[in-house]
Design a protein around this ligand. Structure first.
Ligand SMILES: NC(=O)c1ccc[n+]([C@@H]2O[C@H](COP(=O)([O-])OP(=O)(O)OC[C@H]3O[C@@H](n4cnc5c(N)ncnc54)[C@H](O)[C@@H]3O)[C@@H](O)[C@H]2O)c1
Length: 341
């Protein structure tokens, strides 16, 4: 098996999920940590016994680096992806891959012409409950899907925004709740139903209005390509990080995601199918437990192209399209046509 060397750009909150995943992978070494904050970066590089770079462009000149993980603020994603692909690296980027449709188009063009692959981290697709929902919908004989309801209520403090001031601003985050937290929920909804044709949404800011320039709460009605309806509500103003509540109502059955477990209600019976409980409690449960799987799938594709099963730029663009459409709908107070397949 080919040995691969990785570098992580950005040593903030999410990077430990990448470090932990890389540690579990035979044949993969964390070779470099990059952070613009040299004090933080040096400390981490010493702990990981790897090289430290303050400037990611210097790291890209390091011919020993094969794979670049991007764990930086959203406004940095596009230029870092383009530079890493141009340097011939493989790239695994945290969501969202860019901040808007224009950036996605530019990145897609670069990815198409680059020798390296670009994968995006949508780890919640790999949760056992998500995988089982897809299987139930494909093979479960549950009849036509009628609707999907999703409720995401998390807690983000003022300190969360002041500690990383890029958060909560259109210029640096591309929005707030929708593009950072709820993008996973929108992605799952469209993934389960197979795309969105139109939506109408509203964003607003209440409890966190003093610390964010963008929304802290949002709701939307969606029409899916398969004819089903979607109801979506999300907020960062709860006082705890509640597990995602999701319900899929089909003609002959209802699937319920409740407290990280998937239930099926059919023929008068409510049966627990599978749960996402962490075996080791390694990651914050609300991030989902799939980083290791998502990163593992991407590396599998690098060593064996026949195993290519990761979220690529096309897939990653779908949820971002929904995020943008909700912002636009809220501004214009009207339905937005999307026509996703
Ligand atoms: N997949 C998930 O569930 C999940 C969860 C949390 C965060 N994320 C994503 O991870 C990314 C990072 O979020 P975070 O919460 O870890 O952010 P953070 O603010 O905690 O950390 C960002 C780090 O990047 C560094 N940085 C900033 N600009 C840089 C530059 N030009 N060069 C090198 N380093 C730079 C900062 O110094 C900081 O250490 C975002 O895209 C976010 O949406 C994903």
């Amino acid at each position: 098996m080919k040995m691969l060397n990785a570098a992580i750009i950005g040593g903030g909150a999410i990077h430990t999920c990448h470090v932990n995943a890389l540690r579990q992978m035979p044949g993969v070494t964390l070779r470099a940590l990059v952070d613009i904050d040299s004090e933080r970066g040096l400390k981490l590089a010493m702990a990981y016994q790897c090289r430290f770079y303050q400037d990611y462009r210097e790291m890209l000149l390091d011919s020993e680096i094969d794979v670049v993980h991007i764990c930086t603020p959203h406004f940095e994603h596009k230029r870092m992806i383009l530079a890493a692909l141009a340097a011939g690296k493989q790239v695994f980027c945290e969501k969202p891959v860019g901040m808007n449709g224009g950036e996605i188009a530019e990145i897609a063009m670069a990815a198409q012409n680059a020798p390296g692959l670009l994968g995006v981290c949508y780890q919640n697709r790999l949760n056992p409950t998500s995988q089982r929902i897809r299987r139930e919908l494909a093979e479960g004989d549950h009849g036509r899907m009628l609707s999907i309801k999703a409720v995401l209520t998390w807690s983000r403090s003022g300190a969360y925004y002041t500690q990383s001031p890029w958060r909560g601003r259109f210029a640096t985050e591309g929005g707030s709740l929708l593009i950072n937290q709820a993008i996973h929920t929108l992605d799952l909804m469209q993934w389960f139903a197979g795309g969105v044709t139109r939506l109408k949404g509203v964003v607003d800011s209440g409890e966190l209005a003093d610390v964010t320039q963008a929304e802290d709460s949002a709701m939307a009605t969606l029409h899916f390509t398969n004819g089903a309806r979607g109801l979506f509500y999300a907020s960062n103003c709860h006082t705890t990080d509640s597990p995602l509540l999701l319900e899929i109502h089909c003609e002959n059955a209802t699937l319920q995601l409740f407290d990280n477990a998937l239930w099926r209600i059919k023929n008068g019976e409510r049966i627990k199918l599978v749960s996402d409980a962490s075996p080791n409690g390694a990651a914050k449960s609300y991030w989902g437990l799939g980083h290791q799987h998502a990163i593992g799938d991407f590396y599998a594709a690098l060593t064996d192209p026949d195993k290519a099963d990761y979220t690529d730029i096309r897939e990653a663009g779908k949820s971002l399209t929904l995020v943008e459409a909700i912002y636009r709908s809220s501004q214009m107070r009207q339905w937005i046509e999307i026509n996703q397949q």
